[in-house]
Design a protein. Structure first.
Length: 238
């Protein structure tokens, strides 16, 4: 005969399902911000560059997913747990080698944030860089730079993570309480903003923006799109 699950088992299963659904909904909202970035940027550039901006943002999602799948997630959250733990960079769970639905939901949620870092850069250098060049920069960002920062601040063994129990790992944590960043204002947005600043500095101003010692405003072709994109980003920030 089939054993009837206990009430505690049913509640634990229900709690896990609700947690996973909430994590996925959060990831979906963050990913929806990509549509906001794309629409906002599309309205902020000249009409002739509209298609390039949309393709760049669409490709960001694919490239960041590839990088996060291959190495990014492993560098961010990988914990070997076999005496090879590393407070600087993760060293396990490459190629989506995860165990359980909880890990898959977390992978999706965290990938949405990794892709957000990349699309911040896309908006900063719109009209100024070749699509392929930007995707290479994006891959480097989501495979190495962003994952290391995530590992430091959010993993269970990172240098700055408040979740790091040094008594268990035997590793060093900087500071008594670690670095607390609940929603990614520093880990995601400062990282993305810094990367965007560096990328914009490397590629320089748009052609025709500064001529003869004076500046010439380059106006976006659609204020309606920029406002729609703003509302979409607003929703995602919730």
């Amino acid at each position: 005969s089939t054993a009837i699950p206990s009430t505690s088992d049913l509640l634990a299963s229900l709690t896990g399902a609700v947690d996973n659904m909430w994590t996925l909904i959060g990831g979906f909202l963050v990913f929806f911000m990509h549509a906001g970035y794309a629409i906002y940027t599309a309205g902020s550039v000249r009409r002739k560059n509209l298609a390039g901006v949309i393709i760049t943002n669409l490709g960001d999602a694919f490239v960041s997913a590839l990088g996060w799948w291959v190495l990014g997630y492993g560098f961010a959250y990988g914990d070997a747990q076999n005496g090879q733990r590393n407070a600087f960079i993760g060293n396990a769970n490459y190629f989506l080698s995860l165990d359980g639905m909880n890990s898959w939901a977390l992978w999706t949620f965290e990938w949405a944030f990794a892709a957000t870092v990349a699309t911040i850069v896309a908006s900063a250098i719109a009209e100024r860089a070749k699509i392929g060049t930007h995707w290479i920069f994006n891959l480097f960002l989501t495979v190495l730079i962003y994952p290391i920062i995530v590992h430091w601040c959010w993993s269970s063994v990172g240098y700055l993570s408040p979740n790091h129990n040094t008594n268990i790992t035997g590793l060093t944590r900087l500071g008594r309480n670690g670095f607390i960043d609940f929603a990614g204002s520093a880990v995601v947005h400062v990282t993305g903003g810094t990367a965007a600043f560096v990328a914009a500095w490397l590629v320089g101003a748009r052609t025709g923006r500064f001529e003869g010692g004076s500046s010439r405003p380059i106006v976006g072709h659609s204020q309606a799109l920029t406002r729609i994109g703003t509302f979409m980003l607003w929703l995602g920030f919730y």
